[in-house]
Design a protein around this ligand. Structure first.
Ligand SMILES: *[C@@H]1O[C@H](CO)[C@@H](O)[C@H](O)[C@H]1NC(C)=O
Ligand SMILES: *[C@@H]1O[C@H](CO)[C@@H](O)[C@H](O)[C@H]1NC(C)=O
Length: 250
């Protein structure tokens, strides 16, 4: 079997390719053949070749730039543990995703599995947040501008795919998209906490920056699940538009 994952690894990693890709063959991709004994290497090169397209976008396919990557909304609700909160992040902009370094891609065509390991030197995220709840022992509430700078990020993605039939043609489709990451350092800022009370807001930001690792323990699995869902959606957007034979010919 094959895994158009190849291509899609490229695409989906970056996750920018939402909307309408159209019917063209993916000329922006270096095509790999599934019979290639060095398929993993070919796909890695294909992903590398895609990077510049992800920076600029691909206007003829109406694929917007992934720099920054824009995400409409993320909801993180965490009900138990040391962190208990309801939070929403809107109009998220992620700067830096195309700066990834691809460390490994392993494709198992028979099992329709793909494993991707990559590293990002830095990501910067801005959004409009709304939060209410408790972090460690402290109550927190606020809504406004937020940003975070993250450095030294290792990410591991494991995809389980399947073949599906769309209009009589075989397509690859992602069933599960597991993401795990590990962050070296983080700097966070939440504006207008506590209805704009500056002293309380400054104290909370200081607290968050000193304790972000403890907070992340509870929030990260949620975030990983949400990012996995997003990437699954982005990738299936591509996979469902191009047939398996277009993405990964025999
Ligand atoms: C990322 O992976 C590299 C290589 O395995 C390691 O040296 C580094 O410490 C890792 N960083 C984090 C934040 O996990
Ligand atoms: C994040 O980095 C930008 C530019 O590199 C800087 O202007 C901003 O103050 C940083 N934000 C935080 C919360 O450290």
């Amino acid at each position: 079997m094959k895994t158009p994952t190849v291509t899609r690894a490229a695409v989906l990693l970056l996750g920018c390719l939402m909307a309408s890709v159209g019917e063209q063959t993916p000329s922006f991709l270096k095509v790999c053949h599934r019979s290639d004994p060095k398929l993993d290497e070919c796909v890695m090169a294909s992903v590398e070749g895609l990077r510049s397209h992800l920076v600029t976008g691909i206007p003829e396919l109406r694929i917007p730039s992934c720099e920054p990557l824009e995400i409409k909304q993320l909801v993180l609700n965490q009900g138990h543990g040391a962190v208990s909160l309801t939070s929403t992040y809107k109009d998220i902009k992620v700067y830096g995703p195309t700066g990834f370094r691809l460390d490994a891609i392993r494709i198992d065509l028979d099992k329709k599995r793909v494993h991707i390991q990559l590293w990002l030197p830095a990501l910067r995220m801005t959004s409009h947040y709304k939060i209410t709840g408790r972090i460690l022992i402290l109550p927190i509430t606020g809504s406004g501008y937020s940003e975070g700078n993250y450095t030294d990020i290792n990410a591991t993605c494991s995809l389980q795919g399947e073949h599906i039939d769309i209009n009589g043609r075989t397509h690859f489709s992602v069933k599960y998209f597991d993401v795990k990451f590990s962050v070296g350092d983080a700097q966070l800022f939440l504006g207008d906490l506590f209805n704009g009370d500056k002293d309380l807001g400054d104290a909370m930001n200081l607290f968050l920056n000193r304790n972000w690792r403890n907070v992340a323990v509870d929030l990260q699995p949620l975030l990983e699940a949400q990012i996995g869902e997003l990437l699954k959606m982005f990738s299936n957007n591509i996979y469902h538009k191009f047939t398996l034979d277009q993405l990964l010919p025999p």
